[in-house]
Design a binder for this molecule. Sequence first.
Ligand SMILES: C[S@@+](CC[C@H](N)C(=O)[O-])C[C@H]1O[C@@H](n2cnc3c(N)ncnc32)[C@H](O)[C@@H]1O
Length: 196
Amino acid sequence: MTSTLPHNILSFVHYLLSQHLKSGDYVADCTAGNGNDTLFLAQRVGQTGCVWAFDIQEMAIHNTRQRLNNADLLAPVQLILDGHQNIDQYIHQPLDAVMFNLGYLPQSDKTCTTTANHSVLAMKKSLNLLRPNGLLTVVLYGGHSTGSDECLAVEALARQCKQQQVDILRYQFANRPKSAPYALIFRKISDEIVFS
Ligand SMILES: C[S@@+](CC[C@H](N)C(=O)[O-])C[C@H]1O[C@@H](n2cnc3c(N)ncnc32)[C@H](O)[C@@H]1O
């Protein structure tokens, strides 16, 4: 018998978001990469919803466009060749969910990775854009040097969020090395978030 429990971190995040999202929702993929997460989000929100997908690499935007085209799901997606730290220049509507899948694209330029400063800034802006009950998911990889700095910075951000304003859950394998990927799930509770 196969287990229904998601067997890796990203599938857990997809599972959680698929319970949360519905057709017509507004969402952002802050790290489009090869477009797997963007496609997943587009499938959830459908033609009446909207997905804003960011990446700083032209190749990532190209690959994401192609993946969406193949699935006939390009229409609800706005592809943005810019850093997620500028998210507030593109999105002015309340969001139902925001995804971050940090690090670099596998089989690609490992120096083109997300960075602590930009990721934390983008997450703060995203938390402000979320509607109450909206989810921000982040998959973190501490196994490379930029990644471990980024984990520290995101953990510090989590500690700055008051529990009356945001719930933050951690999903992690308890019997794998500390450097293994894990996820933090932020659920916005109040209208406004003040970072202490
Ligand atoms: C782990 S990959 C994302 C994988 C992707 N979600 C997928 O489904 O294939 C991380 C991506 O973040 C992108 N990235 C790095 N810095 C960024 C930034 N400041 N803003 C947006 N994307 C960034 C990289 O170019 C890379 O494509």
